[in-house]
Design a protein around this ligand. Structure first.
Ligand code: F6P
Length: 551
């Protein structure tokens, strides 16, 4: 991968000039100029997903210039580097091969002179066999009863992906109740203990490192709780599985070595739902459906690897994001699924994107003078319409949005789905075109000095607010897999262009180590008084001491 400062490329300069031409052009005018704009600015993936980017503030020229930027920083080579296992995660000296986890074509992927695919399949097969035993009830708990509840103990990438996928694929769920415990806040496990039974619950401790404080604290507390019921430690092996790259720590915890599902350091936490980290997904929807999820992602991988940049969906999505983030200086982007089951998608993408590209040092070790990762946020669509969409439509901030919806709902109940989709269609239209047309404009000007005209002012929507529309034929394991892989690759492309290291996350370390020091200090403090930090931190901790004593 080349380490090119994007702002010094010819394409970047050309985009800066082009921005001056585009910034005042209205989407209404772009649509008026090109009656086939939808056809010309949309792509269909495998007859399953439509990606419509026509309601963006781009012309052919913009797209060409953005793709020139991609070429000038050798994006195509970077994509190949990832797929052949080059160590593109330089600061951790690792390859980035989540694509191998869903390589259902089973073509060899060579790492350190060894094909990694047999190991990938070995773990997949283990997941298949274990899950079949658990789902069919053959796997028994310590008192001889079958398993009814699964608890995934993990955080960040070891939580968000599986949790999101299981909810998104609720219509495919079997009888098992799946719970997620992530936060160190004891509230989570206290609430959990109210609804599970130790005899029939299986705990998956999911942690790449097996050292994460939140996960290990929860895991030990749960183990203690479990042993209060099961009494004997020999029962742990019937109720605790580990998913980790750190076999030694998992064994130290007391997990039977046969119950450890491995994965590899070339899988980033936030890209790991395709690995054994997705075991809770397998348990929830069955191995066959999990394979379909992998298959959808694999097909998107092939599209990404083999399609020319101008037709490449993740590439176009990524370059449009760079256009807004770096030229329009729009700081955030929003994800709005119009599907209740997909409500966790924004949080999942938030980690995937912000932990990947929230960096300010480039691949040459220099501070970036350009914008890197955007702020990602969102919520399920129609609820948002009655909460924060006002700002999207009439606020001073411009927020590019991705609207995502299934054409066919899993529920055919009265006219709900047509109403839901009408809202989906309406919102992108209202954002793009507003009430921007000559008639309203004339009325507004004519009435400007008339007190009765105020309603025109307040009811005026300037429009020109960009969005992507992503329509899935239906939300299935396959289409969901494709959608998620599309976003993963979008994030990768943006990292390549912005010349940052997408696959490390050093930024989370400082807070972890300070929290560790503070806890030790609080626990060893004899006089309930701390003076060695800054005045705010001292003040807060000392208040904690006072109030803790008081109550
Ligand atoms: O603190 C951030 C992070 O390292 C994420 O990148 C990761 O997904 C999460 O913590 C959990 O890490 P682990 O799977 O090692 O417990």
């Amino acid at each position: 991968m080349k380490n090119i400062n994007p702002t010094l490329t010819n394409a970047w300069k050309s985009l800066e000039n082009h921005f001056k031409e585009i910034k005042n052009v209205h989407l209404s005018d772009l649509f008026n100029l090109d009656k086939d704009r939808f056809k010309n600015f949309s792509k269909i993936f495998n007859n399953q997903i439509v990606f419509d980017y026509s309601k963006n503030r781009v012309t052919y020229k913009t797209i060409n210039k953005l793709l020139s930027l991609a070429k000038e920083v050798f994006l195509e080579d970077a994509i190949k580097s990832m797929f052949i296992g080059k160590k593109i995660n330089v600061t951790e000296n690792r390859s980035v091969l989540h694509i191998a986890l869903r390589n259902l074509s089973n073509n060899p992927i060579i790492l350190n002179d060894k094909n990694i695919m047999p190991e990938v399949y070995e773990v997949l097969n283990k997941m298949k066999l274990f899950s079949e035993d658990i789902i069919t009830g053959k796997w028994k708990g310590y008192s001889g009863k079958s398993i009814t509840d699964i608890v995934n103990i993990g955080i960040g990438g070891s939580d968000l992906g599986p949790n999101m996928v299981i909810d998104a694929l609720t219509p495919y769920k079997n009888h098992l109740n799946i719970h997620f415990v992530s936060n160190i806040d004891g509230t989570e496990i206290c609430e959990l203990f109210k609804v599970i039974n130790a005899e029939t619950t299986l705990f998956l401790i999911s942690s790449k490192t097996f050292t994460t404080e939140e996960t290990m604290t929860n895991a030990y507390s749960i183990k203690n709780w479990f042993l209060k019921h099961a009494i004997h430690t020999k029962h742990i092996k019937k109720h605790f599985l580990a998913i980790s790259t750190n076999k030694i720590e998992a064994i130290n915890f007391g997990i039977d070595s046969k119950n450890i599902f491995k994965f590899w350091d070339w899988v980033g936490g936030r890209y790991s739902l395709w690995s054994s980290v997705g075991f809770s997904i397998v348990l929830s929807i069955g191995f066959h459906n999990f394979l379909n999820l992998l298959s959808g992602a694999h097909d998107m991988d092939n599209h990404f690897l083999n399609t020319k940049l101008e037709n490449n969906i993740p590439v176009i999505l990524a370059m449009i994001g760079i256009w807004y983030n770096n030229f329009f200086l729009m700081e955030t982007e929003a994800i709005f699924p119009y599907d209740k089951y997909m409500h966790r998608l924004p949080s999942y993408l938030q980690q995937c994107n912000m932990e990947s590209n929230g960096k300010c040092i480039d691949r040459n070790g220099k501070k970036t003078s350009w914008q890197t990762g955007p702020i990602v946020w969102g919520a399920s669509g129609t609820n948002g319409q009655h909460a924060f969409y006002q700002l999207l439509h009439q606020g001073t901030k411009f927020i590019p949005c991705d609207f995502i919806a299934p054409v066919i709902s899993h529920h055919k109940i009265y006219d709900h789905h047509i109403k839901l989709l009408s809202n989906f269609f309406a919102q992108t239209k209202a954002l793009a075109f507003g009430t921007y047309n000559k008639f309203i404009e004339k009325q507004r000007i004519k009435c400007n000095n008339n007190i009765n005209s105020r309603e025109y002012i307040y009811k005026y929507f300037e429009g020109n607010r960009p969005s992507n529309s992503i329509l899935l034929k239906r939300i299935t394991p396959y289409t969901l897999g494709s959608l998620l892989a599309m976003y993963e690759h979008k994030i990768f492309v943006q990292g390549v262009i912005l010349n940052i290291f997408t696959f490390d996350q050093w930024g989370v370390e400082l807070g972890k180590s300070i929290s560790h020091q503070i806890r030790l200090k609080i626990q060893s403090c004899r006089d309930n008084r701390i003076q060695s930090y800054d005045s705010s931190t001292n003040g807060l901790i000392n208040l904690y001491f006072n109030w803790r004593e008081f109550f």
